[in-house]
Design a protein around this ligand. Structure first.
Ligand code: THU
Length: 156
């Protein structure tokens, strides 16, 4: 029998410590949360992607009376990027939830889509989980989803 440990490294910052493009990205994600359509959960989420051409793509969660038909903020932004800027790479994904004191943790399906985005662009991107006070920064999706399912699993 072998036991293994996986350690993840992340950085915690106060929102006041953000500057430059990360502060702008935070403000974009916060603004995007105001466009959430969340009449069922009342849980408003905003996301913002910093792309390698310096543009920012935002998303918010979009719910539906048929609950599973809704989509999380992260996937709204990532699929928009795939559809409208397929040649651009994501450098940073910020996800923001207001009024909570925990990091805005992405769901498993969003992590899976983030993992595919990294594979597709052959470059990892930073993931930043934000609330009103703090941000938690990971260097890549691997930190949040170490045993990711990807194309390599299908082919081997
Ligand atoms: N949600 C997101 O948009 N992103 C997350 O990271 C977690 C959950 C949404 C889905 C649903 O509209 C609401 O939050 C409650 O689950």
């Amino acid at each position: 029998m072998k036991s293994h440990n996986i350690n993840i490294q992340y950085t915690e910052l106060e929102v006041d410590e953000l500057s430059g493009e990360l502060l702008k990205l935070y403000q974009s994600a916060k603004k995007a949360s105001q466009t959430a359509y969340a009449p069922y959960s009342k849980f408003h989420v905003g996301s913002a992607l910093l792309m390698d051409d310096k543009t920012v793509i935002t998303g918010s969660n979009q719910e539906n009376a048929a609950y599973p038909s809704g989509l999380c903020a992260e996937r709204v932004a990532l699929f928009f990027a795939g559809a409208h800027a397929p040649q651009s790479k994501v450098l940073v994904l910020m996800v923001y939830v207001p009024g909570v004191n925990r990091p805005a943790a992405p769901c498993g399906s969003c992590l899976q889509v983030m993992a595919e985005t990294e594979d597709r662009q052959s470059n990892p991107f930073k993931v930043i989980l934000a609330n009103d006070e703090r941000v938690f920064m990971m260097n890549d999706v691997q930190a949040l989803l170490p045993f990711r399912f990807g194309k390599r699993n299908l082919l081997s």
